[in-house]
Design a protein around this ligand. Sequence first.
Ligand code: GMT
Length: 389
Amino acid sequence: MSSNMKAGKMKIGIVCYPTFGGSGVVATELGKALAKGGHEIHFITYSQPSRLDFLNENLFYHEVDIRTYPLFEYPPYELALASKMVSVVKNEKLDLLHVHYAIPHASAAYMAKQILKTQGIFIPFVTTLHGTDITLVGKDASYEPVVTFSINESDGVTAVSKDLRYQTFEFFDITNDIEVIPNFIDLDKFKKQKKDHFKKAICPNDEVLIVHISNFRKVKRIGDVVKIFNNIRREIPAKLLMIGDGPERSGAEELSKKLGIEDDVRFLGKLEAIEEVLSVADLFLMPSEKESFGLAALEAMACEVPVISSNAGGIPELNIDGVTGFLSEVGDVEEMSKNALHILNKENLHTFKENALKRAKEFDISNILPLYENYYRKVIEKSAEKVAI
Ligand code: GMT
């Protein structure tokens, strides 16, 4: 136990993908909030997390050195990560490691834990499951045995929705408990801002503004986004902003051209200040085939934007049908379009916007942060008891 821990504060190492993906965003925002709350936070990643953009005396960043060698066609990242975790735990006297996204972070943490044990250092680790580490990549035979093992060997496991917890028990032979701690939002950052000039620039004739944000992977069903927008645009003047990038982008650009709507669809690529775009949006589209939680939808709701989504995965735990937006079966473009027009009707829009914000407030970071803090303490205490036996 560190001296910090005695004062109620913990020293925590956070491992995540430092990219624009939802798991990296959650890990980074969680670390920032914990640091603001007085805990000492050490990020261990291969590059600076994209949202790690503020200075705090309790926040540290350790870069994983990935050495290449002519023999390696694939540099062994997991080994470099485990070695870095060993040195950070030792040098910084951490109380806990928290790894986000099971592959390969949970197995690297397990390896670090075993190495440290041989040196008389006992470090517990918590694994947070985010989605595709379970529902897509994780259950593939090429990773499944390692994922099952490392979930079962974690000192604590959390999932970002009840559905993801359920899917994990369905797909894997899990003997460990899984705690559901939903994703969260910082309402000081994600709030509707006055950006009238921006709205005017995109929608000069007072068109409604539809927004989609994702990593443009197949599971996001980007084609459905364009088709829904096409149906909306047939009925009312509208513009679509597509934010993010990924393998499905060029196909969606092609589809917009084929439908003759390319002048009303703008692909902006990856953006940092998405809350500014969301501030002027009227509707958010998330027709995903898989979605463990739907963080991008929560970010939209916090900016008072209702959501048209599929009913995949954990989305129904966030978006309430007929209240904050609507849910449809995956691929039901016609129903999604009809529901979008219902929301966009001037008589309904205001109520949906209000409801979206009200719902988002339930996921405010101030409600979720204590769940992580209490869970960490429970895991640290339980593992200290085990060591003492
Ligand atoms: O959505 C993605 O493909 C990115 C992915 C990630 O791991 O970075 O997102 C997953 O984690 C997010 C944060 O917990 C969730 O909000 C997303 O729903 C989840 N994505 C999927 O399950 C497809």
